[in-house]
Write a protein that binds this ligand. Structure first.
Ligand SMILES: *[C@@H]1O[C@H](CO)[C@@H](O)[C@H](O)[C@H]1NC(C)=O
Ligand SMILES: *[C@@H]1O[C@H](CO)[C@@H](O)[C@H](O)[C@H]1NC(C)=O
Ligand SMILES: *[C@@H]1O[C@H](CO)[C@@H](O)[C@H](O)[C@H]1NC(C)=O
Ligand SMILES: *[C@@H]1O[C@H](CO)[C@@H](O)[C@H](O)[C@H]1NC(C)=O
Ligand SMILES: *[C@@H]1O[C@H](CO)[C@@H](O)[C@H](O)[C@H]1NC(C)=O
Ligand SMILES: *[C@@H]1O[C@H](CO)[C@@H](O)[C@H](O)[C@H]1NC(C)=O
Ligand SMILES: *[C@@H]1O[C@H](CO)[C@@H](O)[C@H](O)[C@H]1NC(C)=O
Ligand SMILES: *[C@@H]1O[C@H](CO)[C@@H](O)[C@H](O)[C@H]1NC(C)=O
Ligand SMILES: *[C@@H]1O[C@H](CO)[C@@H](O)[C@H](O)[C@H]1NC(C)=O
Ligand SMILES: *[C@@H]1O[C@H](CO)[C@@H](O)[C@H](O)[C@H]1NC(C)=O
Ligand SMILES: *[C@@H]1O[C@H](CO)[C@@H](O)[C@H](O)[C@H]1NC(C)=O
Ligand SMILES: *[C@@H]1O[C@H](CO)[C@@H](O)[C@H](O)[C@H]1NC(C)=O
Length: 824
C-alpha cells in the first residue's frame, strides 16, 4: 500500500516541476478568464442585453466570442461596431486591465464621452458614428498610450482640449463632423507621430487660422479640414510637411497665396484647396511628381497655368475652374499620359487649344467653357474612346466640330454654344448611344434636323444657327427629348402632327423660323409640355383648341404670326405664367380668365380683339359683335355684377388707403414693397411678408432662404424664395435679379412649379411659388452650402477605408456632369 510515492520517484524531477508550473499558470489563467468573462457579462447586462451579443454566455470562453479578441488568453480587444447598442458604455469595461482596442462605432450610444479613462492600456478608441454629446474630457491624456482616436460623426461640442496634444503616441486622430464650437489647440502640432489628422465638416468651429505649429508634423500624411471654418493664410510652415500625401482644405475661407513650396512636397498625391479665397499665382516650382489630383477651383487665382504641370506624369485630374487665370493653356499639359479630367472653365484663358489633347491620355472630361479661347477644337479628343463630355461654350472658337467626335461612342454631352463654329454637325453626334445633351446655340452651324436621335438624348439646343429644311416626320422617334430649342434658325415647312407625339418634351422653342401653314388640330401627347414658343414664324389658321388641354403648359407664345379667328376659350383653363398672342389677326372676345392686367401685354396688336369685363386695356366688345338678344339677360346680370364689384372695389380701396395711411403714420421707416404679379392673386404682399418667420424656414442656401407659408384665409400654401439683393452674397449669384431669363430658367426644370408673383424692395426680392409637397426645393438653393450638404451626408457613411471613400465624396464634384450647365 506504500506504492504511490514510488510512482513519483519514477517521474524525473524537471518534468514534475513543469507540470506544477503549468497547472498553476493554468489555474491563474482560467481564474483570470473567469473574472474577465464575468466583467464582460456584466457589461453585456448594463448594455441592456442586446440580442446581437447572444453568444456571450457563462458556458463559453470569452476568447471564443466573435466580438472579443484575446492574446494569450487575455482579453485585449472588443469590437462592438454595428451592434445596435443604445445604452452608455459601462465604466466596468476598464476592469479588463489589458484592453487595447475598444471599438463601439456605428451604434446609437447616447450621453457624454464614455467613462473609460481608466482603461490605461487603451491604444485604439473608435467612437465614430454614435450619438455622443458634450465635450472631450480635458484629461483625455490619461489614456497615455492612445495611438488611434476616432470620434467622427457624433455631436461632441465645446473646445477640443489641449490635453489631446499630449497624447504623444497618437498617429491617427479623426474628429470629423461634430458640433465643436471652440477651436483646436495648437498643441496638436506636438504630436510627433501623427500621420492622419482629420477635422473636416465642423462648421461650428470658431473661425480660426491654421496654426503654423502644424507644419512641424513631420510624419503627417493626411490632413483633412474641409469646411472647418478656416480663415487667413496657409502657413509657410506647411512647406515642411514632407510626408504629406493628401491635403484637403477645401470649402473654407482661406485667403492669401498658395505657399510657393506646396507643389514641391515630393509625396503629395492629392491636393484639394477648392472653394476658398486664395489669390495670387499657382506655384510654378513643381516637384510633387506623385500628384494625381489637383483641385484649386473656385478661388481668386490669377496668372498663368504653370507649364511645369507637365512634369506631373501621374496627374489624372486638373481642376482650375472658377478662377481668374489668364494666358494660354500650356501645350505640354496635353502630353500628360494619365490626364482624365481637365476642367478650366470660367477663367480668362486665351490663345488656341493645344491640338494634342486626347491623343496621349484617356481623356474623359474636357471643360473649357467661359474663357477667351480661339482657334479650333482639338481634333483627337476622343482618340482613346473614353471621352464623356466636351464643354466649350462661350469662347471664341471657330472652324468645324471635329469629324472624329461623330464616332465617339462614349460621349454624354457636347456643348459648344456661343462660339463661331460653322459647317455641319457630324451626324454620329445625334446617334451616339449614350448622348444626353447637345448644345450648339449661337454659332453658324448649318444642315438639317436629324431624323433619328439616340435614345437617351433629352436636351437639344441648336438656337441661333443656320439650320434649315423641314421638321422630319420621323421626329416622333425622338422619344426622350425633353428640351428642344431651335429658335432663330431657317427651318421651314409645316409643324407636323408627329411633333405632337413627343411624350417627354417639356420645352419646345421654335420661334424665329420660317414655319408656315396651320398648326396640327390634334395634339397626340404633349403631356409634359410646359413651354411652347412658336412666335415669329408665318403660321396661320386658327389656334387649335387642343392647346387648351395641355396639362402642364405654363408658357405659351404664338406672337408675330398670322393666326386668325377667336382665341379658343379652352386656353383659359391653362395655368399660364406667360401668354403672348400679340401681333396676329385674332378677333372676338378674349377668354374671361385673361381679362385682367396680368395679361396687359398678351394681346397687343390684334385690333379685332375685345373684352367685356376686367381691367385689360382692350376695346369693349360692343353688343353688335356679340350677336343678339338671348345674351341680353346675361349682359344685364353681368352689368349688375360689374356695378356691384365696382362698388366693392371702391369700398375696398378706401379701406386699404385708410389702413395704409395709418400704417405709414405708425412706422415711418416701413420699406415699400413692389408686387409684380404673374397670376391672378387672392392674397397681398402682407400675407407673404408676415409669414417670413424662422418657424416657416424650410431651406437655406448660398443664394437665399426658402420659406413655406400657409395663407390663413384660403389655406393655400406658398413656397417663398427670398434673395437678398445686396449684403454678403456670393459674387456668382449676383446676376441682375429677376431677369426674364431667370424666370424662364426656373421653368425649364422638369419639376415645374408655378411662379405666382414677385415682391421686391431695394434690398430683398421674394419669389412666391405655388408650394407642392415633394418638389425638389434644393434646385432653388444653389451655391456653396448646398453642395457641401450633400457631401456631409456622404460623410455619414464614412468608414476607415478612406482612399476609396474619399473618391466617393469627391466624385460628385469631380465628375458631376451638370456642373457645366450652371443652371442645374
Ligand atoms: C454559449 O455560446 C456559445 C458560443 O459562444 C454557444 O456555442 C453555446 O451553445 C452557448 N451556450 C449556451 C448555453 O447558450
Ligand atoms: C478609476 O480608477 C480610480 C483609481 O484606480 C478610481 O478611484 C476611480 O473610481 C475609477 N473610475 C471609474 C470611473 O471607475
Ligand atoms: C446632432 O445635432 C444635430 C443638429 O445640431 C441634430 O440634428 C442631430 O439629430 C444630433 N444628432 C444626435 C445623434 O444627437
Ligand atoms: C458650445 O457648446 C456648448 C454645449 O453645446 C455650450 O454650452 C457653449 O456655450 C457653446 N460655446 C460657445 C462659445 O458657443
Ligand atoms: C485674410 O483674411 C483675414 C481674416 O479673415 C484678414 O484679416 C486678412 O486681411 C485677409 N488677407 C488678405 C490678403 O486678404
Ligand atoms: C522648416 O523646417 C526647418 C528645419 O526643420 C526649420 O528650420 C524651418 O524653420 C521650418 N520652416 C518653417 C516655415 O517653419
Ligand atoms: C515618400 O514616400 C515613400 C514611399 O512611400 C517613402 O519611402 C518616403 O519615406 C516618403 N518620403 C517622405 C519624406 O516621407
Ligand atoms: C506614377 O505612379 C506610379 C505608381 O502608380 C509610380 O510607380 C511612379 O513612380 C509614378 N511616377 C512618377 C513620375 O512619380
Ligand atoms: C514643353 O514643350 C516645349 C516645346 O513646346 C519644350 O521645349 C519643353 O521642353 C517642354 N517642357 C517640358 C517640361 O516637357
Ligand atoms: C475672336 O477671334 C477673332 C480671330 O479669330 C478675332 O478677330 C476677334 O477679335 C476675337 N474676338 C474676341 C471677342 O476675342
Ligand atoms: C441610357 O441611359 C441609361 C441610364 O441613364 C443607361 O443605363 C443606358 O446605358 C444609356 N444608353 C442607352 C443606349 O440606353
Ligand atoms: C420618357 O417617357 C417614357 C414614357 O412615358 C418614360 O418611360 C421615360 O422615363 C421618359 N424619359 C424621361 C427622360 O423622362
Amino acid at each position: 500500500m506504500r506504492k504511490p510515492p514510488f510512482l513519483f520517484t519514477k517521474i524525473p524531477f524537471p518534468a514534475l516541476f513543469l507540470l506544477l508550473v503549468f497547472s498553476l499558470t493554468f489555474q491563474v489563467i482560467s481564474q483570470n478568464l473567469d473574472a474577465e468573462r464575468s466583467i464582460l457579462l456584466d457589461v453585456k447586462q448594463q448594455l441592456g442585453n442586446p440580442p446581437s451579443l447572444q453568444s456571450w454566455n457563462s458556458s463559453s470562453s470569452p476568447c471564443d466570442w466573435p466580438e472579443i479578441t484575446c492574446i494569450d488568453n487575455i482579453v485585449t480587444e472588443i469590437s462592438l461596431s454595428y451592434k445596435t447598442i443604445t445604452k452608455k458604455i459601462p465604466a466596468r469595461i476598464c476592469d479588463l486591465k489589458n484592453l487595447i482596442v475598444l471599438d463601439v462605432s456605428y451604434n446609437y450610444i447616447p450621453g457624454e464621452f464614455p467613462d473609460i479613462l481608466n482603461c490605461s492600456k487603451l491604444e485604439y478608441l473608435l467612437l465614430l458614428q454614435n450619438s455622443f454629446v458634450g465635450p472631450i474630457p480635458a484629461d483625455i491624456d490619461r489614456l497615455s498610450r492612445l495611438r488611434y482616436l476616432d470620434l467622427t460623426a457624433n455631436n461632441f461640442s465645446g473646445d477640443i482640449p489641449a490635453a489631446i496634444g499630449r497624447l504623444q503616441e497618437l498617429f491617427y486622430l479623426f474628429l470629423v463632423q461634430n458640433e465643436f464650437n471652440g477651436t483646436w489647440p495648437t498643441e496638436i502640432g506636438n504630436l510627433a507621430n501623427l500621420e492622419q489628422l482629420a477635422m473636416a465638416y465642423n462648421d461650428k468651429f470658431r473661425p480660426s487660422a491654421l496654426p503654423k505649429e502644424f507644419g512641424a508634423l513631420k510624419k503627417l500624411k493626411f490632413l483633412w479640414m474641409t469646411e472647418a471654418n478656416l480663415i487667413g493664410e496657409i502657413p509657410k510652415s506647411f512647406n515642411n510637411l514632407s510626408s504629406l500625401e493628401r491635403l484637403d482644405l477645401s470649402l473654407n475661407e482661406l485667403n492669401g497665396t498658395i505657399p510657393v513650396g506646396m507643389l514641391t512636397l515630393k509625396n503629395l498625391t492629392y491636393l484639394y484647396l477648392f472653394c476658398n479665397r486664395l489669390s495670387g499665382r499657382v506655384p510654378s516650382s513643381i516637384e510633387a511628381f506623385n500628384l494625381k489630383e489637383i483641385d484649386l477651383s473656385d478661388n481668386h487665382l490669377t496668372g498663368p497655368i504653370p507649364a511645369g504641370f507637365v512634369k506631373l506624369q501621374n496627374l489624372t485630374c486638373l481642376n482650375l475652374f472658377w478662377n481668374q487665370l489668364s494666358g494660354e493653356i500650356p501645350t505640354n499639359i496635353s502630353l500628360i499620359p494619365t490626364l482624365e479630367t481637365f476642367k478650366v472653365f470660367s477663367n480668362q484663358l486665351s490663345g488656341v487649344l493645344p491640338p494634342a489633347f486626347g491623343l496621349h491620355s484617356e481623356l474623359k472630361f474636357f471643360e473649357i467653357f467661359e474663357n477667351k479661347l480661339s482657334g479650333e477644337l482639338p481634333q483627337h479628343l476622343c482618340a482613346r474612346g473614353t471621352l464623356l463630355g466636351v464643354i466649350a461654350s462661350n469662347n471664341n472658337l471657330s472652324g468645324e466640330v471635329p469629324k472624329s467626335l461623330g464616332n465617339c461612342k462614349s460621349l454624354l454631352t457636347i456643348q459648344v454654344s456661343n462660339n463661331r463654329f460653322s459647317g455641319e454637325i457630324p451626324s454620329g453626334i445625334w446617334t451616339s448611344p449614350d448622348m444626353v445633351s447637345v448644345m450648339l446655340a449661337g454659332n453658324s452651324f448649318s444642315g438639317a434636323l436629324p431624323s433619328r436621335l439616340t435614345r437617351n438624348l433629352s436636351r437639344v439646343d441648336i438656337s441661333n444657327n443656320k439650320f434649315s429644311g423641314q421638321i422630319p416626320a420621323e421626329i416622333s422617334s425622338w422619344m426622350n427629348i425633353g428640351v428642344l430649342n431651335a429658335n432663330n434658325n431657317m427651318l421651314s415647312g409645316k409643324i407636323p402632327m408627329e411633333l405632337t407625339s413627343l411624350w417627354n418634351i417639356s420645352v419646345l422653342l421654335l420661334d424665329g423660323n420660317q414655319f408656315s401653314g396651320e398648326l396640327p388640330s390634334q395634339i397626340i401627347s404633349w403631356k409634359s409640355l410646359t413651354n411652347l414658343n412658336l412666335s415669329r414664324n408665318k403660321l396661320s389658321g386658327l389656334i387649335p383648341k387642343a392647346l387648351g388641354s395641355l396639362p402642364s403648359l405654363t408658357y405659351l407664345d404664338l406672337s408675330e404670326n398670322q393666326f386668325l379667328g377667336q382665341i379658343p376659350s379652352e386656353l383659359g383653363h391653362l395655368k399660364l405664367n406667360i401668354l403672348n398672342l400679340s401681333s396676329n389677326q385674332l378677333s372676338g372676345l378674349v377668354p374671361f380668365e385673361f381679362q385682367n392686367e396680368a395679361y396687359n401685354y398678351s394681346f397687343l396688336n390684334n385690333p379685332k380683339l375685345c373684352v367685356n369685363v376686367g381691367t385689360l386695356k382692350l376695346p369693349r366688345c360692343d353688343a353688335k359683335v356679340v350677336d343678339s338678344d338671348k345674351l341680353s339677360t346675361k349682359y344685364l346680370v353681368m352689368i349688375l355684377i360689374l356695378a356691384l364689384s365696382g362698388f366693392l372695389a371702391v369700398v375696398f380701396f378706401t379701406l386699404v388707403m385708410v389702413r395704409d395711411y395709418h400704417r405709414k403714420n405708425h412706422s415711418r421707416d416701413h420699406t415699400t414693397w413692389k408686387l409684380t404679379r404673374f397670376q391672378n392673386l387672392d392674397f397681398d404682399e402682407q400675407n407673404i411678408l408676415s409669414g417670413l418667420t424662422e418657424n416657416n424656414l424650410i431651406g437655406r442656401g448660398g443664394s437665399g432662404k426658402v420659406y413655406r407659408i400657409a395663407n390663413d384665409r384660403s389655406g393655400k400654401i406658398f413656397a417663398v424664395k427670398m434673395i437678398c439683393n445686396n449684403g454678403r452674397l456670393d459674387h456668382k449669384l449676383q446676376k441682375p435679379f429677376i431677369a426674364k431669363d431667370e424666370i424662364l430658367g426656373t421653368l425649364h426644370h422638369s419639376n415645374i412649379v408655378k411662379l405666382l408673383c414677385c415682391i421686391s424692395n431695394e434690398t430683398t426680392s421674394l419669389l412666391v411659388y405655388e408650394y407642392m409637397e415633394n418638389q425638389s426645393l434644393d434646385r432653388w438653393l444653389h451655391g456653396k452650402k448646398q453642395r457641401t450638404l450633400s457631401m456631409t451626408s456622404l460623410v455619414h457613411n464614412f468608414i476607415l477605408d478612406w482612399p476609396t471613400r474619399l473618391l466617393r465624396i469627391y466624385c460628385p464634384r469631380v465628375c458631376l456632369y451638370n456642373k457645366g450647365e450652371r443652371e442645374d
